[in-house]
Design a protein around this ligand. Structure first.
Ligand code: FEO
Length: 163
C-alpha cells in the first residue's frame, strides 16, 4: 500500500528534483554570463531532465491514489566560480540526490511498498549515470587545467548535448 510516510517523502523529493532544475538553470545563467554557450546548453538540458524527474514522481503519486502537495523551492546560488568549481558542485549535488533516493528506497522497503521499490529502481540507475557524467566532465576539466583553448573546446563538446 501507499503509506502517508512514502507519499510525504515523494512530495519532498518532487521539491528536491525541482530545486535541482533550479540549481542547474542558475548554472546555465552563470555560463551564459561568462559566454560559455555550450556549457549553458548542457546545464539547460540538465535542468530539463530534473523537471522530468519531478514529473515522474508527480505522476506516480497520483497513480497510487496519493495527493501531490508542492512545497516552496529555495533560491539557488547566483555565482559558482570557475568551470571546475561548477562541475565540482554538480557532482556534489548529484551525490546528495543519490543519498535522498537511497533514503526514499529504504523507506519503501520499511513500509513493504513493493510498487514504490520497483518505481524507484529507475532513479537508482539514473543516479549512477548522473554521477558518472559529472565525474567524466570533471576529469576532463582537470586535464584542461583552466587553459582557455581547452575550455573553449570542452564548451563546444558540452554544447552538443541534446534536450
Ligand atoms: Fe534528478 Fe540529477 O537527479
Amino acid at each position: 500500500m501507499f503509506s502517508k510516510a512514502v507519499q510525504d517523502a515523494m512530495n519532498e523529493q518532487i521539491k528536491n528534483e525541482l530545486y535541482s532544475a533550479y540549481l542547474y538553470l542558475a548554472m546555465a545563467a552563470h555560463f551564459e554570463a561568462e559566454n560559455f554557450a555550450g556549457s549553458a546548453r548542457w546545464m539547460r538540458a540538465q535542468a530539463g531532465e530534473e523537471q522530468e524527474h519531478a514529473m515522474k514522481l508527480f505522476d506516480f503519486v497520483n497513480e497510487r491514489g496519493g495527493r501531490v502537495v508542492l512545497q516552496a523551492i529555495d533560491a539557488p546560488p547566483v555565482e559558482f566560480g570557475s568551470h571546475l568549481s561548477v562541475f565540482e558542485q554538480t557532482l556534489a549535488h548529484e551525490q546528495l540526490v543519490t543519498g535522498m533516493i537511497d533514503n526514499l528506497y529504504a523507506l519503501a522497503l520499511k513500509e513493504n511498498d513493493y510498487a514504490s521499490q520497483g518505481f524507484l529502481q529507475w532513479y537508482i540507475k539514473e543516479q549512477v549515470e548522473e554521477e558518472a557524467s559529472a565525474t567524466k566532465i570533471l576529469g576532463q576539466l582537470k586535464m584542461v587545467d583552466g587553459k582557455a583553448q581547452g575550455l573553449l573546446m570542452l564548451d563546444s563538446v558540452l554544447g552538443r548535448r541534446g534536450g
